[in-house]
Write a protein that binds this ligand. Structure first.
Ligand code: ADP
Ligand code: ZN
Length: 218
């Protein structure tokens, strides 16, 4: 099983597919967004600073992110992982290569390609749970059975502060600007696979999941 670096716009389905792969194969998730939200929950000065950046849709500094990611990679002790939300710019991609290279860790970068409008709808309707199960109020099969409660673990569902149209717009813009160079970078290394992750009547979430499995078993 290959380690995975998921690339994709906010709302492209990184979290959803990560959740499916974790349930099926037992990957460890490293989600930088979740790591940051843990810090912002602490009500410290740093937490407040990070929270403001996240709501604005801008990126948290590479310095903070690299320290976080280095610590996480250390703590998983070589178990198979999925990176969700990192790298987010070329400098992070290069620093990650150095980190993984030192540890002799191989990976596959997978870009989930989804139309902007679809991403926007998913983000605006999204609810999240701390167990990782994603929900969406606009998608019938992703609504919770009981309003506001997680089907899996019973916790209260959360609406993220940055899951509104305004934050999405900025996040999407930041994403497009920074991700093109990352795609080129992994393409040149021969590590990039682009997957059409738009769902249609003939292409379900599960079809996309199967395609991802094909890539990591390759
Ligand atoms: P999404 O992919 O839905 O936009 P995330 O939970 O991955 O959401 O990230 C939320 C916010 O956390 C980002 O908008 C950004 O401010 C910050 N963030 C997450 N990962 C990184 C990263 N690798 N570098 C810089 N900032 C990050
Ligand atoms: Zn839950």
């Amino acid at each position: 099983m290959k380690n995975i670096i998921f690339l994709g716009a906010p709302g492209s389905g990184k979290g959803t597919h990560t959740n499916m792969l974790v349930n099926q194969f037992g990957y460890i998730t490293i989600s930088t967004g979740d790591l940051l939200r843990n810090i912002t929950a602490g009500n410290t000065e740093l937490g407040q600073k990070i929270k403001n950046i996240m709501v604005s849709g801008e990126l948290v500094s590479d310095e903070i992110m690299l320290e976080l990611i280095e610590k996480e990679l250390e703590s998983i002790e070589g178990k198979p992982f999925i990176l969700d939300g990192f790298p987010r710019n070329l400098a992070q991609a290069e620093a990650l290569s150095t980190l993984l290279g030192k540890k002799n860790i191989d990976y596959q970068a997978i870009y989930l390609d989804v139309l902007e409008n679809t991403c926007k709808e998913r983000i605006v309707g999204r609810l999240v749970c701390k167990c990782g199960k994603p929900y969406n109020l606009f998608t019938p099969d992703l609504r919770p059975k009981k309003d506001g409660i997680c089907d899996v673990c019973g916790s209260a569902l959360i609406k993220r502060d940055d899951d509104n149209e305004e934050s999405f717009k900025k996040r999407y813009e930041v994403f497009i600007k920074n991700t093109e160079p990352i795609k080129v970078y992994y393409e040149e290394l021969g590590k990039l696979k682009i997957i059409d992750a738009n769902q249609t009547e003939t292409r379900t979430r599960n079809d996309i999941h199967e395609e991802i499995i094909g890539v990591i078993n390759d």
